[in-house]
Design a protein around this ligand. Structure first.
Ligand SMILES: *[C@@H]1O[C@H](CO)[C@@H](O)[C@H](O)[C@H]1NC(C)=O
Length: 225
Protein backbone atom coordinates (compact mmCIF):
# COMPACT_ATOMS: atom_id res chain seq x y z
CA UNK A 1 0.00 0.00 0.00
CA UNK A 2 1.33 3.49 -0.86
CA UNK A 3 0.63 6.57 1.22
CA UNK A 4 0.76 10.08 -0.27
CA UNK A 5 2.16 12.95 1.79
CA UNK A 6 -1.45 14.09 2.27
CA UNK A 7 -2.25 10.74 3.80
CA UNK A 8 0.73 11.04 6.11
CA UNK A 9 -0.56 14.46 7.21
CA UNK A 10 -4.04 13.08 7.76
CA UNK A 11 -2.57 10.20 9.74
CA UNK A 12 -0.54 12.65 11.83
CA UNK A 13 -3.65 14.76 12.48
CA UNK A 14 -5.59 11.67 13.42
CA UNK A 15 -2.84 10.63 15.79
CA UNK A 16 -2.65 13.97 17.50
CA UNK A 17 -6.37 14.66 17.44
CA UNK A 18 -8.01 11.33 18.09
CA UNK A 19 -6.62 10.66 21.50
CA UNK A 20 -9.19 9.34 23.86
CA UNK A 21 -8.64 9.47 27.55
CA UNK A 22 -11.45 7.33 28.88
CA UNK A 23 -10.54 8.26 32.42
CA UNK A 24 -8.25 11.11 33.36
CA UNK A 25 -8.01 10.20 37.03
CA UNK A 26 -4.37 9.19 37.13
CA UNK A 27 -3.20 10.66 33.81
CA UNK A 28 -2.94 14.39 34.27
CA UNK A 29 0.21 15.36 32.42
CA UNK A 30 -0.65 14.52 28.83
CA UNK A 31 -0.50 18.01 27.28
CA UNK A 32 2.92 18.12 25.69
CA UNK A 33 3.44 16.52 22.26
CA UNK A 34 4.08 12.80 21.89
CA UNK A 35 7.57 12.52 20.41
CA UNK A 36 7.64 8.74 19.97
CA UNK A 37 4.21 8.63 18.43
CA UNK A 38 4.86 11.67 16.22
CA UNK A 39 7.87 9.92 14.75
CA UNK A 40 5.71 6.93 14.07
CA UNK A 41 3.17 9.09 12.24
CA UNK A 42 5.73 9.61 9.52
CA UNK A 43 6.53 5.91 9.21
CA UNK A 44 5.17 4.37 6.04
CA UNK A 45 4.33 1.15 7.86
CA UNK A 46 1.73 2.90 10.03
CA UNK A 47 1.16 2.65 13.76
CA UNK A 48 3.27 -0.39 14.54
CA UNK A 49 6.45 -0.64 16.63
CA UNK A 50 9.74 -0.72 14.68
CA UNK A 51 10.62 -4.25 13.57
CA UNK A 52 13.66 -5.79 15.17
CA UNK A 53 13.74 -3.39 18.13
CA UNK A 54 15.64 -5.05 20.96
CA UNK A 55 14.95 -4.20 24.61
CA UNK A 56 17.16 -1.45 25.99
CA UNK A 57 16.17 -2.01 29.59
CA UNK A 58 17.74 -4.62 31.85
CA UNK A 59 14.52 -4.57 33.87
CA UNK A 60 12.34 -5.77 31.02
CA UNK A 61 11.43 -9.38 31.83
CA UNK A 62 10.03 -12.01 29.46
CA UNK A 63 7.26 -14.36 30.54
CA UNK A 64 4.36 -16.43 29.22
CA UNK A 65 0.75 -16.61 30.34
CA UNK A 66 -1.54 -19.60 29.93
CA UNK A 67 -4.94 -18.70 28.53
CA UNK A 68 -7.91 -20.64 27.18
CA UNK A 69 -8.20 -21.20 23.44
CA UNK A 70 -11.96 -20.66 23.66
CA UNK A 71 -13.16 -18.60 26.61
CA UNK A 72 -16.81 -19.19 25.80
CA UNK A 73 -17.11 -22.98 25.58
CA UNK A 74 -16.98 -24.66 28.99
CA UNK A 75 -16.54 -28.06 27.23
CA UNK A 76 -13.34 -26.89 25.57
CA UNK A 77 -10.45 -27.16 28.04
CA UNK A 78 -7.70 -26.40 25.49
CA UNK A 79 -5.14 -23.83 26.58
CA UNK A 80 -2.29 -22.00 24.89
CA UNK A 81 0.46 -19.66 26.05
CA UNK A 82 1.08 -16.10 24.94
CA UNK A 83 4.23 -14.05 25.46
CA UNK A 84 4.38 -10.95 27.55
CA UNK A 85 6.99 -8.52 28.82
CA UNK A 86 6.93 -6.48 31.96
CA UNK A 87 9.10 -3.87 33.60
CA UNK A 88 9.08 -2.59 37.19
CA UNK A 89 11.79 0.06 36.85
CA UNK A 90 9.41 2.98 37.50
CA UNK A 91 7.13 1.16 39.95
CA UNK A 92 6.37 2.70 43.31
CA UNK A 93 4.32 0.78 45.85
CA UNK A 94 0.62 1.44 45.33
CA UNK A 95 1.25 2.56 41.75
CA UNK A 96 -0.91 1.54 38.78
CA UNK A 97 -0.40 -1.03 36.02
CA UNK A 98 0.22 0.54 32.58
CA UNK A 99 -0.27 -1.80 29.65
CA UNK A 100 0.76 -1.34 26.04
CA UNK A 101 -1.70 -3.59 24.23
CA UNK A 102 -0.18 -5.85 21.59
CA UNK A 103 -1.67 -5.60 18.10
CA UNK A 104 -1.30 -7.42 14.79
CA UNK A 105 2.46 -7.99 15.08
CA UNK A 106 4.94 -10.00 17.14
CA UNK A 107 5.59 -8.77 20.67
CA UNK A 108 7.82 -5.70 20.84
CA UNK A 109 9.01 -3.73 23.88
CA UNK A 110 9.42 -0.46 21.91
CA UNK A 111 6.35 1.42 23.18
CA UNK A 112 6.90 0.15 26.71
CA UNK A 113 10.43 1.56 26.72
CA UNK A 114 10.17 4.63 24.42
CA UNK A 115 6.94 6.55 24.35
CA UNK A 116 4.96 9.29 26.00
CA UNK A 117 3.00 6.51 27.68
CA UNK A 118 6.30 5.32 29.22
CA UNK A 119 6.96 8.88 30.42
CA UNK A 120 3.54 9.09 32.08
CA UNK A 121 4.11 5.62 33.60
CA UNK A 122 7.39 6.87 35.08
CA UNK A 123 5.66 9.94 36.57
CA UNK A 124 2.90 7.81 38.04
CA UNK A 125 5.17 5.09 39.48
CA UNK A 126 3.53 2.48 37.25
CA UNK A 127 4.42 -1.12 36.49
CA UNK A 128 4.63 -1.53 32.70
CA UNK A 129 3.62 -4.55 30.65
CA UNK A 130 2.91 -5.51 27.05
CA UNK A 131 1.42 -8.67 25.56
CA UNK A 132 1.59 -10.62 22.32
CA UNK A 133 -1.81 -10.85 20.64
CA UNK A 134 -3.12 -14.38 20.05
CA UNK A 135 -2.24 -15.74 16.57
CA UNK A 136 0.85 -13.48 16.25
CA UNK A 137 4.53 -14.16 16.90
CA UNK A 138 4.81 -17.35 18.92
CA UNK A 139 1.48 -16.98 20.73
CA UNK A 140 -0.60 -19.36 18.67
CA UNK A 141 -3.70 -21.03 20.08
CA UNK A 142 -3.84 -23.42 17.06
CA UNK A 143 -1.35 -25.64 15.20
CA UNK A 144 -1.85 -23.97 11.80
CA UNK A 145 -3.78 -21.15 10.16
CA UNK A 146 -6.42 -23.16 8.31
CA UNK A 147 -9.70 -21.26 7.87
CA UNK A 148 -11.29 -23.57 10.43
CA UNK A 149 -8.56 -22.73 12.94
CA UNK A 150 -9.08 -18.97 12.56
CA UNK A 151 -12.41 -19.20 14.38
CA UNK A 152 -10.77 -18.23 17.69
CA UNK A 153 -9.36 -15.00 16.30
CA UNK A 154 -12.13 -12.78 17.60
CA UNK A 155 -11.84 -9.59 19.59
CA UNK A 156 -14.12 -11.15 22.24
CA UNK A 157 -11.53 -13.88 22.82
CA UNK A 158 -8.70 -11.32 22.81
CA UNK A 159 -10.44 -9.17 25.44
CA UNK A 160 -10.75 -12.20 27.74
CA UNK A 161 -7.06 -13.06 27.18
CA UNK A 162 -6.29 -9.52 28.30
CA UNK A 163 -8.55 -9.41 31.30
CA UNK A 164 -7.38 -12.77 32.72
CA UNK A 165 -3.77 -11.78 32.18
CA UNK A 166 -4.33 -8.43 33.92
CA UNK A 167 -5.84 -10.26 36.88
CA UNK A 168 -2.72 -12.49 37.01
CA UNK A 169 -0.35 -9.51 36.68
CA UNK A 170 -1.98 -7.64 39.55
CA UNK A 171 -2.19 -10.62 41.90
CA UNK A 172 0.92 -12.66 41.12
CA UNK A 173 3.38 -10.25 39.50
CA UNK A 174 2.69 -6.92 41.23
CA UNK A 175 1.22 -8.38 44.40
CA UNK A 176 -1.51 -5.72 44.42
CA UNK A 177 -4.89 -7.12 43.30
CA UNK A 178 -6.42 -3.65 43.44
CA UNK A 179 -3.83 -1.80 41.35
CA UNK A 180 -5.47 0.60 38.93
CA UNK A 181 -5.12 -0.31 35.25
CA UNK A 182 -4.46 2.04 32.32
CA UNK A 183 -4.31 0.70 28.76
CA UNK A 184 -2.67 2.20 25.71
CA UNK A 185 -2.67 1.16 22.09
CA UNK A 186 -2.15 2.62 18.64
CA UNK A 187 -4.30 1.62 15.66
CA UNK A 188 -6.08 -1.72 16.15
CA UNK A 189 -4.41 -2.21 19.55
CA UNK A 190 -5.98 1.09 20.67
CA UNK A 191 -9.36 -0.13 19.49
CA UNK A 192 -8.91 -3.09 21.83
CA UNK A 193 -7.91 -0.69 24.63
CA UNK A 194 -11.13 1.32 24.31
CA UNK A 195 -13.29 -1.81 24.01
CA UNK A 196 -11.65 -3.28 27.11
CA UNK A 197 -12.39 -0.09 29.05
CA UNK A 198 -15.99 -0.09 27.79
CA UNK A 199 -16.51 -3.78 28.53
CA UNK A 200 -14.74 -4.02 31.90
CA UNK A 201 -15.05 -0.55 33.49
CA UNK A 202 -14.65 -2.12 36.96
CA UNK A 203 -11.17 -3.43 36.07
CA UNK A 204 -9.86 -1.00 33.45
CA UNK A 205 -9.61 2.52 34.89
CA UNK A 206 -8.53 4.28 31.73
CA UNK A 207 -7.70 3.73 28.09
CA UNK A 208 -5.77 5.82 25.60
CA UNK A 209 -6.50 4.88 22.00
CA UNK A 210 -4.38 6.59 19.34
CA UNK A 211 -5.57 6.67 15.72
CA UNK A 212 -7.87 3.76 16.40
CA UNK A 213 -10.72 2.76 14.09
CA UNK A 214 -13.73 1.59 16.11
CA UNK A 215 -16.16 0.73 13.31
CA UNK A 216 -15.34 -2.38 11.29
CA UNK A 217 -15.35 -1.39 7.60
CA UNK A 218 -14.45 -3.60 4.66
CA UNK A 219 -11.87 -1.95 2.37
CA UNK A 220 -11.41 1.05 4.70
CA UNK A 221 -10.11 3.55 2.11
CA UNK A 222 -10.47 6.61 4.34
CA UNK A 223 -7.44 5.36 6.27
CA UNK A 224 -5.18 5.99 3.26
CA UNK A 225 -6.75 8.93 1.38
C1 LIG B 1 -4.28 -27.97 10.73
O1 LIG B 1 -4.63 -28.31 12.03
C2 LIG B 1 -5.74 -29.18 12.15
C3 LIG B 1 -6.03 -29.37 13.64
O2 LIG B 1 -6.45 -28.15 14.20
C4 LIG B 1 -5.45 -30.50 11.45
O3 LIG B 1 -6.59 -31.34 11.53
C5 LIG B 1 -5.10 -30.23 10.00
O4 LIG B 1 -4.71 -31.44 9.39
C6 LIG B 1 -3.96 -29.24 9.92
N1 LIG B 1 -3.73 -28.86 8.52
C7 LIG B 1 -2.52 -28.85 7.98
C8 LIG B 1 -2.46 -28.42 6.55
O5 LIG B 1 -1.51 -29.15 8.60
Amino acid sequence: MKYSSASVKVAALLLLGAIVIASGKSVEKVRRPFPGIERLATRREGVVPPKGYVSQSPRTVEARFTSRVNHFDPQNRDTFEFNYLHNDQYYREGGPLFIVIGGHYPINPYFMENSHFRDVAALQGAWLATNEHRYFGSSNPVPNYSTENLRFMRTEQVLFDLIEWIDHLRREVMGDPNARVILHGAGYAGTLASWARQRFPNIIDGAWASSSPVRATANFEEFAV
